[in-house]
Write a protein that binds this ligand. Structure first.
Ligand code: MTE
Ligand code: MO
Length: 396
């Protein structure tokens, strides 16, 4: 049983250096103004990816270990591209809305912006995020195991508004969204979701989408596997049935233990991870520390997060920096003290549907275990980081 109590000892007990007057700072003229800002030169957080023969294809991961708050900077939003980032001219690129609609239409980004817009904070998570943990692999850190997720403020037109504007014809049941990249990436979305909270987004964190996030417009399908949020959106085809595209037939169909595949598993279920401390970081000194992490659920709000320091024997409820945002990051924190002992730090989350984040054992017994990355989508199990006596942090 671990003693979580921080007691009355101050975070600064033991002294963090004696005060010897004001730190030195120059009195020379500072740097000039800038038309477009840059971060401080001493800050180096960056996306991670391995070099490959086709650099446009593949993923890059968000450095969650460096994340502050719940918003991922646009420049650090993870990427997943099937055929690179297309160079689309916003004046020429059009979104075609057709099929079972009364008034087919083609819209540029600026024409789309004439419709009423909303701004919403949502996470976006690739279905493959954390597959290594399902497979039982040891990871270098939270960027490798969880970095295929980011959380941004997205500005756009609700897809329901756009569909009402063009008018649905009888029999309309699905919306097939197609991207303007070379792969013509396409996914089918049931009409109920399309009319609920899907956005045709053109804004990200207060400015136009970054090219890698789908400029000039993309779908943002809150809470669902990232693959459905079609980037560089060029076509919305309203149909009576799913299109059975490559990415919903050959891919993104979860295999069960009996080898049969589930056709659609859209929702990203409740999940959490400790980002501090996490591998690569280190507890520098004994005494009070803070455990901090991120929790999310594709089914709504996170209602509770527990933290364990002893590998799951005892748990304590963490504080939520809760802004009540559904399908968004929730930051959790818990004070702890460390006196040089070995710890195994874990978190587990609940969402408003009552679902609890499962253990790996629960997931493996429900879904089975296969070799290789295929078949390991939608892993949301509990993760643990080990703290060694010297304060270093590692996985496994
Ligand atoms: N047109 C298009 N849309 C796409 C993709 C793509 O390759 N092409 N990748 C999908 C996948 S697999 C994911 S996880 C998300 C990632 O979005 P992001 O790159 O903005 O993080 O976009 C989805 N939308
Ligand atoms: Mo993805």
């Amino acid at each position: 049983m671990h003693d979580f109590s921080v007691g009355r000892r101050s975070f600064f007990a033991g002294g963090l250096g004696l005060v010897a007057g004001l730190p030195s700072s120059g009195r020379t003229l500072g740097e000039p103004r800038r038309a477009y800002g840059e971060r401080a030169p001493a800050e180096h957080a960056k996306r991670f990816f391995r070099a490959s023969a086709t650099p446009g294809t593949g993923t890059s991961r968000t450095p969650l270990q460096d994340a502050l708050g719940i918003i991922t900077p646009s420049s650090l939003h993870f990427e997943s591209h099937h055929s690179g980032v297309p160079d689309l001219d916003p004046a020429l690129h059009e979104l075609l809305v057709h099929g079972l609609v009364e008034r087919p239409i083609a819209l540029t980004r600026n024409e789309l912006r004439r419709l009423p817009t909303v701004a919403r904070i949502h996470f976006l998570e690739c279905a493959g995020n954390s597959w290594q943990l399902h497979a039982g692999k040891t990871v270098s850190g939270v960027q490798e195991s969880h970095g295929l997720i980011s959380c941004n403020e997205w500005t756009g037109v609700p897809l329901g508004t756009l569909l009402r504007e063009v008018g649905l014809r009888p029999g309309a049941r699905w919306v097939v969204a197609e991207g303007g990249d070379a792969s013509r990436h396409a996914r089918s979305i049931p009409l109920a979701k399309a009319m609920d909270d899907v956005l045709v987004a053109f804004g990200q964190n207060g400015e136009p989408l970054r090219p890698e996030q789908g400029y000039p417009m993309r779908l943002l399908v809150p809470g669902w596997e990232g693959n459905v949020s079609v980037k560089w959106l060029r076509r919305l085809h309203v149909t009576d049935a799913p299109a059975m595209t490559r990415d919903e037939a050959a891919k993104y169909t979860d295999l069960g233990p009996d080898g049969r595949a589930q056709q659609f598993s859209f929702e990203m279920e409740v999940k959490s991870v400790v980002v501090s401390p996490s591998p690569g970081g280190r507890l520098e000194r004994r005494g009070p520390h803070q455990v901090s992490g991120l929790a999310w659920s594709g089914l709504g709000r996170v209602t509770r997060v527990d933290v364990s320091l002893d590998g799951g024997s005892t748990w304590k409820e963490a504080a939520l920096e809760d802004r009540g945002l559904p399908k968004a990051f929730t930051r959790f924190t818990l004070p702890m003290r460390w006196e040089g002992e070995e710890l195994l730090v874990q978190s587990r989350a609940w969402d408003e549907t009552g679902a609890r984040q499962p253990t790996r054992e629960e997931l493996v017994s429900a879904r089975g275990l296969r070799e290789g990355p295929d078949g390991f989508d939608h892993y949301n199990g509990i993760t643990g980081w080990r703290i060694a006596r010297d304060g270093t942090v590692r996985h496994g």
